[in-house]
Design a protein. Structure first.
Length: 133
């Protein structure tokens, strides 16, 4: 079963400063934790994909105009209190394993090496309809 583990950042749920305030060593430790986690998941055959995302101020909102051409809005956007920081897609035996992985990833180190305990949303990846439909 495939699950998406969504790493959310919210100033309302974070009791740590934003990453722009971390020291270079704190950022390196955080990234190293993520790298080790990804290597372990890959070695265990559970990793499908994992990506971190750029900060929300680099986002663009795109929709089709009346002629079908892209209409792009490039911020500044209204300030948001939540944003998606990254994700993992894992292929695991059951939801319990996906929850276990999310809890582990939540312990990624932050300032001073303390676990962030950042919330991760766990959602099953739905398969599409049969090809003969």
């Amino acid at each position: 079963m495939k699950y998406m583990l969504l790493m959310q950042f919210s100033s309302a749920t974070a009791d740590f400063p934003g990453i722009t305030e971390w020291t270079p060593d704190e950022i390196k430790a955080h990234i190293a934790f993520m790298g080790r986690t990804n290597k372990t998941l890959a070695a265990d055959g559970e990793l499908v994909d994992a990506q971190g995302l750029a900060m929300p101020d680099t986002a663009k909102v795109v929709r089709a105009g009346t002629d079908g051409a892209a209409v792009v809005t490039e911020g500044p956007f209204a300030e948001t209190k939540e944003f998606l920081a990254g994700w993992w897609i894992v292929d695991v035996e059951d939801e319990a394993r996906a929850v276990e992985l999310a809890a582990y990833i939540s312990t990624a180190p932050g300032p001073g090496g303390a676990p962030l305990n950042m919330p991760l949303e766990v959602r099953q990846v739905m398969s599409g309809p049969p090809a003969d439909l």
